[in-house]
Design a protein around this ligand. Structure first.
Ligand SMILES: *Cc1c(COP(=O)(O)O)cnc(C)c1O
Length: 227
């Protein structure tokens, strides 16, 4: 199947799931996740109309973002992976939205380094409390999530647009529906509009539960080679 066909199928599936949740297809933004994908293929996706791309490692992304910009390709870049504080400045220069802010310390570093337009961020939540994952936990009595949200919202130079999560790996996406529902409830509690949830294996369920951003790699670009 060609890239155009795979992309078309994903867009159709997004529209169908949005309709099941009583929304139009434009209520859900597709972020094409391009980790390990070469610049040529990213340029092809851009030509097919994709305007939001995601990368999960700053070092890998910077040369790709620069090479595409040189060709006049300037989409909205989302950083979807963990950001180390010492790469905050580099990330701020190249990315438009930082989706995986996962500590108060990182948010403070971004706030200190921000200048000009406010930095758009999402807070990553480890809804299922998986030890292997980054993200704020909801079961930490020393750091209630409501306090974290308030503290980060009080930092100058940042705008907290919403929440992001990576659901546990599951054979049946239905088993992770409660994870998406919980993130949607949390976002509503805090009055946050953006909900980044859903990947290749589970995006229709995430959209049914209210996702406004889906981050999709393999369904668009095929299986990734090992790094
Ligand atoms: C790789 C990645 C994705 C996309 O995953 P696919 O299963 O290829 O759709 C989404 N979000 C994050 C944080 C990722 O690292």
């Amino acid at each position: 199947m060609s890239l155009a066909e795979r992309l078309g199928r994903v867009q159709d599936a997004i529209a169908a799931a949005a309709a099941r949740s009583g929304r139009s297809a434009d209520a859900v933004r597709l972020v094409a996740v391009t980790k390990t994908i070469p610049v040529e293929t990213i340029a092809e996706a851009y030509t097919l109309g994709v305007r939001h791309f995601g990368e999960n490692r700053v070092q890998e992304a910077l040369p790709k973002i620069a090479a595409l910009a040189e060709r006049g390709i300037r989409p909205t870049w989302h950083l979807v992976g963990h950001l180390q504080t010492n790469k905050a400045a580099a990330a701020l220069r190249s990315f438009d939205i930082l989706e995986a802010v996962d500590s108060l310390r990182l948010a403070e570093a971004l706030s200190r380094r921000s200048s000009g337009a406010p930095v758009r961020i999402l807070l990553e939540v480890n809804v299922a409390g998986e030890p292997s994952k980054f993200g704020f936990r909801l079961d930490d009595p020393a750091q209630p999530f409501a306090d974290v949200v308030a503290a980060i919202r009080a930092l100058p130079g940042l705008v907290v647009e919403g929440l992001m999560t990576v659901a546990p790996v599951a054979n049946d996406p239905e088993t992770v529906r409660p994870v998406f529902r919980r993130l949607a409830e949390l976002a509503a509690t805090h009055g946050l509009a953006e909900l980044s949830m859903g990947m290749t294996d589970d995006f229709p369920v995430a959209i049914e539960e209210g996702a406004t951003i889906v981050r999709i790699g393999r369904a668009i670009f095929g299986e990734r080679p090992p790094r």
